[in-house]
Design a protein around this ligand. Structure first.
Ligand SMILES: [Zn+2]
Length: 60
């Protein structure tokens, strides 16, 4: 499930798998689907990320 979280002064949608944050729920959901399916992040999707958790959780 995509998490909705207030970070700074913005409401962001976070991918539960990789923790990246997006401005719209649609993109976050896309990221999460991709993460679950492939176990990795899609560059096409993560390019739209506006929030990167620290430390960034890496796969493998
Ligand atoms: Zn993700």
């Amino acid at each position: 499930m995509v998490r909705k979280e207030k970070i700074g002064d913005k409401i962001l949608f976070l991918c539960e798998m990789c923790g990246l944050g997006y401005l719209d729920e649609e993109t976050a959901r896309k990221c999460e689907e991709w993460c679950k399916k492939t176990g990795t992040c899609s560059v096409e999707v993560t390019n739209k990320a506006v929030y990167f958790p620290n430390p960034f959780k890496k796969y493998k």
